[in-house]
Design a protein around this ligand. Sequence first.
Ligand code: SAM
Length: 215
Amino acid sequence: MRSRYKPWAADLIAANPEIVIPDPEQQKGKWKEVFGNDKPLHIEVGTGKGRFILGMAKANPEVNYIGIELFDSVIVSALEGVLETEGGIPNLRLLRVNGADLLEFFEKGEVDRIYLNFSDPWPKTRHAKRRLTYKTFLALYESVLPQNGEIHFKTDNRGLFEYSLVSMSEYGMLLKDVSLDLHANEPEWNIMTEYEEKFSKKGQPIYRLEAQFNE
Ligand code: SAM
């Protein structure tokens, strides 16, 4: 996601360590203590400005959520969304880290579900390893999810969707609930991301799947 440089973003993030966790490596294995309860933990890798993860956290108080995003200038919008919410969003935390480092932040089985939404497509074959559904990323996800854990994935990008179907199926995952046009019959539980709103308004189909590790 492109976002203009925001020189104040790092300061706002640093001023809110209870929301954007500054030392997530120290919390590995202790996320239930961070949230102060035993609720399941769902994470989104590539959270962007946070529309989805904030919406999910507000709609599902019985679940804890963590949004993971690479850039200060992007995740700061999610932080602002939390700060603007009356009473805050107690079941949401944000991490300004690389999803490639998941193993540094979570123990096996500590994450109950992973969301990938409108991940960068990296269309060139030589960049395939950067796609968040490349086999090395799938192995990372498997390492933090419980047995039979799930990934829920949405995208507007047909090429990335086709690639992900193949990558997940070659990895041995069970593909479930594959939709080639989510908005043709939008489920009432669907929470749109920023990109989803933008592309669906243009009339582009939104692809979605749920995939389960098959151990
Ligand atoms: N999920 C949002 C949406 O649907 O509106 C944002 C989509 S945007 C195309 C992809 C986001 O993923 C960008 O903000 C990018 O910085 C972030 N991202 C890409 N690779 C990442 C990684 N390895 N770890 C964390 N965030 C990543």
